[in-house]
Design a binder for this molecule. Structure first.
Ligand code: C2E
Ligand code: MG
Ligand code: MG
Ligand code: MG
Length: 279
């Protein structure tokens, strides 16, 4: 009796493990092909200047829609790439794709409306990746001021020579560096004075707390740190007019979030810009 029930339980348990494992294997198998055929897309989320309300640029975000598993999130893509030791190839492929779209749309992506491209923390220390990016920008004749690089604090956990060299190379090439998800990593703040950074991004987890007294104090502290180091500040994950107004009132310069727009394919940006500008 018992062993029968026991095995029933085990078999449905095994089924769900099996399903998860099958999904994982399926995604991995598609993955290599996807990286090679560049099926992963790059979308662009607008960034708004909180003073003028003008469009101040875009963040490039990878997007992967499949027939087999519908939407696969960047986190899922990154986890898979990491497991397969393909994170370098993934970043390379996304950078390449982003630059080809930027190259094809010189009226959309300019020095005053630059695109920031995310680079995995792990890869920021790889000279080949950063040099490849700089080379690709130059070879295509893209204005370097229309490109930024976004890395999280974890990339700076140890500011070894490699990170310093890569950051300097980007600065020398005229490409700005944006520090993503500020305050959520494990780094000390000492890198702020050592690296040539330009912009600091406030993570959505802080923006969510903007209507509490202590949350607001935290945001003010972050903006103040940024100002001391002559960095511009962008708040990400703005979803409401209230959040926008708090961030604006404490001197945050730029904002991104679903309140303005989610990430859109380049082909849809013109229509969005028209609608936004006529508001
Ligand atoms: P991130 O760079 O901090 O990007 C911001 C994330 O917040 C994006 O999620 C964006 O879609 C989402 N977001 C923007 N506004 C709002 C909002 O108002 N509300 C909410 N709830 N979310 C908002 P996404 O695209 O899923 O990307 C997640 C993370 O994956 C990114 O965080 C980044 O770390 C990584 N990632 C995305 N694209 C790339 C890429 O092309 N290369 C690399 N290396 N990493 C990427
Ligand atoms: Mg980012
Ligand atoms: Mg972020
Ligand atoms: Mg974030």
């Amino acid at each position: 009796e018992f062993s029968h029930q026991h095995s029933l339980f085990l078999s449905s348990y095994n089924d769900s493990i099996h399903q998860a494992a099958t999904r994982k294997k399926g995604i991995q198998k598609m993955f290599l092909g996807v990286i090679e055929s560049a099926k992963i897309d790059v979308y662009f989320q607008p960034k708004i200047d909180l003073k003028s309300r003008n469009i101040a640029g875009y963040e490039a975000l990878m997007r992967w829609f499949t027939d087999e598993y519908d939407y696969i999130s960047p986190q899922e893509i990154i986890d898979t790439a990491q497991e397969l030791n393909l994170l370098f190839e993934l970043d390379k492929c996304v950078i390449h794709k982003a630059l080809s779209i930027i190259d094809a749309n010189p009226d959309l992506f300019t020095a005053t409306t630059p695109v920031s491209i995310n680079i995995s923390a792990r890869n920021f220390g790889f000279k080949a990746l950063i040099d490849g990016l700089i080379h690709d920008v130059e070879a295509r004749g893209i204005d370097p001021r229309s490109i930024e690089v976004e890395v999280t604090e974890d990339a700076l956990l140890t500011i070894g020579d490699k990170v310093q060299t890569n950051a300097n190379a980007l600065r020398k090439a005229g490409i700005k560096i944006c520090l993503d998800d500020f305050g959520t990593g494990y780094s000390a703040l000492s890198y702020l004075g050592k690296l040539p950074l330009d912009n600091l991004k406030i993570d959505r987890s802080f923006v969510i707390e903007s209507e509490n007294k202590s949350g607001r104090l935290m945001l003010e502290a972050i903006v103040s740190i940024a100002k001391s180091y002559h960095l511009t500040v962008t708040a990400e994950g703005i979803e409401t007019v209230q959040q926008q107004d708090v961030l604006s009132s404490i001197g945050c310069e730029y904002a991104q979030g679903f309140y303005y727009s989610k990430a859109l394919p380049a082909e849809e940006l013109l229509a969005w810009i028209d609608a936004y500008s006529s508001k």
